[in-house]
Design a protein around this ligand. Structure first.
Ligand code: FAD
Length: 289
């Protein structure tokens, strides 16, 4: 199965083995099978923060897009969501019930699992602020899912300890703030989406911001100051709209994108003396995630 269609950048080669489990039981059975076969296991969500190598990915790749569903309690603010539930869907559902907390998540085109792993955030909010606990699976011990509280995930800016573990997120529980007026929560949610779609290139394939911000600096501002908007390698281009986005203008390869990332890093280092670190995760380039 070619993984191109499973990423928002629309690049990447084939998975050696591929499956889209429909529920947690199916996912656990697939993990047990991979474990029995001695295959490496990789889990992806909406592929909105992923650069997948042109040569593809060895082992079993599981895509969680079909693992959807959520249970929201209007009174208590507790929200339990499957790993594949899209964050914008969850944000909209919460807003309709007057649950505040996820208004920032509406413009993040990823899943709940990906948001937990990445500690996704925007507009002053992030996953860590609202995550109560997470249900996990260790592929090396697929018979025993377990739960961890959010405070044990070592959350930091776009970081969680899950980025260094091979654990799979099965579901997550959020504690939101109940009792708000659904109309105002919905209005703020919509306003957040509008402010993002009007300043970022949502119409072209991308993975959002490529580089972490080297606080207190903004990666986009450093890149723009060097006049790199529009810089192109193959069909990968530094977005003319937002300098921290690299867009696929047509048939870009992962190699084009990787080369452009390196070129931008080199120029920012040479001019500003600052090392830019990619936020985007790579699959198939080297051992590990
Ligand atoms: P993927 O990209 O599929 O995977 C990301 C990482 O998580 C990979 O290492 C993958 O192996 C791992 N992973 C995914 N699911 C699981 C799971 N169930 N169990 C274990 N590991 C898993 N991000 C922000 O933080 N803020 C933004 O404002 C933002 N804006 C964006 C705008 C655009 C237009 C785009 C395309 C992306 C943007 N992103 C943003 C990046 C991206 O949407 C987030 O990082 C998102 O949380 C990734 O979720 P995903 O489901 O797509 O994960």
């Amino acid at each position: 199965m070619n993984l191109r269609a499973f990423t928002t950048w629309k690049v990447g080669g084939p998975a050696e083995w591929f499956a889209e489990p429909g529920d947690q039981a199916e996912l656990i059975a697939l993990a047990a099978w991979a474990h029995g076969q001695g295959l490496a296991l990789r889990c992806i969500g909406a592929g909105s923060n992923l650069l997948i190598a042109d040569a593809g990915v060895p082992g079993l790749t599981l895509c969680n897009r079909r693992l959807q569903g959520s249970r929201l309690e209007a009174q208590s603010g507790l929200v339990e969501a499957e790993a594949g539930e899209p964050m914008p869907t969850l944000a909209r559902k919460a807003a309709r019930l007057g649950l505040s907390g996820l208004e920032w998540a509406v413009g993040i085109p990823g899943t709940v699992g990906g948001a937990v792993v990445m500690n996704a955030g925007a507009q002053g909010g992030c996953t860590a602020d609202w995550l109560a606990s997470v249900r996990l699976l260790d592929p090396a011990n697929p018979g025993a899912p377990f739960e961890l509280p959010g405070h044990e995930l070592d959350f930091a800016y776009r970081h969680s300890r899950l980025q260094a573990e091979s654990w799979i997120v099965l579901s997550a529980t959020f504690q939101l703030d109940a009792g708000h007026d659904p109309t105002s929560v919905t209005a703020l949610t919509s306003a957040n989406l509008h402010s993002r779609t009007s300043t970022q290139p949502y119409q072209q394939p991308s993975c959002g911001s490529v580089f972490r911000n080297p606080e207190p600096q903004k990666a986009g501002q450093l890149i723009e100051a060097l006049g790199l908007k529009g810089l192109q390698i193959g069909e990968a281009q530094v977005s003319p709209i937002h300098a921290n986005f690299i867009v696929n203008t047509g048939q870009a390869s992962a190699a084009d994108i990787a080369a452009l990332i390196q070129e931008v890093q080199g120029r920012v280092m040479a001019s500003h003396g600052i090392a830019l670190h990619p936020e985007v995760k790579r699959l198939g380039f080297e051992p590990g995630r």
